[in-house]
Write a protein that binds this ligand. Structure first.
Ligand code: URA
Length: 270
């Protein structure tokens, strides 16, 4: 039988708990066992698990609805505390595999808890993972320029991501990872209650819409998500690769500005 190291054992236990949270209780081995296969996983049932660490009491989680019309508005003064409560509930999260793939920080979100405008990206990159803040690398600098071009300061908006932990090699988050994490993002949105959400790129659009659609079909018009107007535009990392699309992104941002009653400002050159 393969000898498990404590680290591997911990990773397997966490993975099994993750599947159990998704409602999967039995695991079946595919094909014949090999010397690389992990016997414990071939026959494990959740009753074989070591006792779980105590889970802190949670506030009831609202279901991940796309519309949040029923969520009561939180007074402006209480929103920072509500966000802090969500952060504490996340804790040192091990709810999905991204917890075990080299994460340094959980990147919760950044900005004004009373923001009227929220930007949502895909997931932290290397810089964000090291600093614990969203959009602080090259793509973040471009996002800062986009925000400034709208006549706003970064501190006046709120910025978050679909997943709060860095996917290895910046790969697209797996659906299970995104679905596990967006329950918290949706609660952040419900606390902040922005007037406008800008989805940066296809991953943000997919999970805010609850389904995949080509970005080209979603861009350039207003949608709704969780009680806010939703606008989809290109991810800043894509704009760094193809700067010719910046003028299209600027059109999307102008839609957001019109919705927020912000005056048009000249299009930035960079
Ligand atoms: N890309 C994202 O989608 N989010 C970040 O925070 C940084 C880069």
């Amino acid at each position: 039988m393969t000898q498990l190291t404590p680290e591997l054992d911990q990773a397997i236990q966490a993975r099994i708990r993750y599947y159990r949270d998704l409602g999967i209780y039995d695991f079946y081995r595919r094909g014949e066992p090999t010397s690389e296969s992990i016997p414990e996983l071939e026959s494990v049932s959740v009753t074989n698990l070591a006792p779980e660490p105590p889970i802190p009491a949670r506030k009831p989680t609202p279901p991940p609805l796309i519309s949040a019309a029923s969520v009561e508005s939180i007074p402006a003064a209480g929103r920072a505390a509500e966000l802090q409560a969500i952060r504490e509930e996340i804790g040192d999260c091990t709810r999905c595999p991204l917890a075990f793939q080299g994460r340094h920080s959980i990147v919760f979100g950044d900005g004004d808890p009373n923001a009227r405008l929220m930007f949502i990206g895909e997931g932290p990159g290397a810089d964000e993972d090291m600093q614990g803040l969203p959009f602080v690398g090259r793509a973040g600098q471009l996002l800062n320029n986009m925000i400034a071009a709208m006549g706003l300061k970064r501190t006046e908006v709120y910025i978050a991501n679909i997943v709060k932990c860095r996917p290895p090699q910046n790969r697209v988050p797996e659906p299970e990872e995104a679905k596990t994490c967006t329950q918290f993002l949706f609660r952040q949105i419900d606390v902040i209650r922005p007037q406008v959400i800008v989805a940066l790129g296809a991953t943000a659009a997919t999970y805010l819409f609850g389904g995949k659609s080509p970005l080209a079909r979603l861009r350039g018009r207003l949608h709704e998500a969780r009680g806010a107007k939703l606008i989809v535009t290109y991810h800043p990392a894509y704009l760094l690769r193809d700067p010719t699309q910046k003028k299209e992104a600027w059109k999307d941002l102008q839609l957001a500005m019109a919705e927020l009653g912000l005056k048009p400002v000249p299009r930035p050159e960079n």
